[in-house]
Design a protein around this ligand. Structure first.
Ligand code: HEC
Length: 144
């Protein structure tokens, strides 16, 4: 029993270490999202329309770290969707959904604000299953 506890404790410590290492930005978001509010904003104005299919209600903005090349975003592109009560970039969004293209595939993670820090709300296949519907536009729904 004691050995099992020790192994579990070691795994938890290792996981915490990895998390701390991965999120180098101060508020719990990964460093690759740093400065997103200064990136190209894909939508012309903050919008409240939702879907279809609807995933987030609120005032939203979508930012891309790199421009499309033809009809696709290049590898390394990070796309951030902010969801808040207002579209004001100075106000911390309550949710930040992130897509990051690595080796030709999008990796999905969504963060939620709790107090002054962001934590992971959901990720992976759940997100991908819906974004499949935007396949024609490189799995990105927002095109303007
Ligand atoms: C039920 C469908 C659905 C699910 C599930 C979903 N999304 Fe989306 N997502 C959308 C739609 C539709 C948009 C377009 C903007 C809007 O309506 O809010 C969008 C927009 C986005 C954007 C901005 C780029 C774009 O495609 O317009 C990001 C980033 C994003 N979602 C990430 C995520 C992540 C991360 C998850 C999982 C935690 C997720 N999404 C789950 C439907 C979904």
């Amino acid at each position: 029993m004691r050995t099992i506890l020790a192994v579990v404790a070691a795994a938890v410590i290792a996981a915490l270490g990895v998390t701390a290492y991965a999120s180098t930005s101060a508020r719990g978001l990964p460093a690759y999202t740093n400065g997103y509010a200064t990136w190209h904003r894909v939508n012309a104005r903050p919008f409240t329309r939702c879907g279809p299919p609807c995933a987030h209600s609120g005032v939203k903005n979508v930012y891309a770290s790199k421009p499309k090349v033809g009809s696709r975003y290049p590898n390394g592109t990070v796309v951030v969707k902010t969801v808040g009560r207002t579209g004001d970039a100075a106000q911390r969004p309550s949710q930040i959904a992130v897509m990051r293209k690595l080796a030709g595939r999008w990796v999905y993670v969504e963060y939620v604000l709790s107090g002054s820090r962001y934590g992971v709300l959901a990720q992976g296949r759940f997100c991908q299953s819906c974004h499949m519907r935007a396949r024609a536009t490189d799995y990105v729904f927002t095109t303007k």
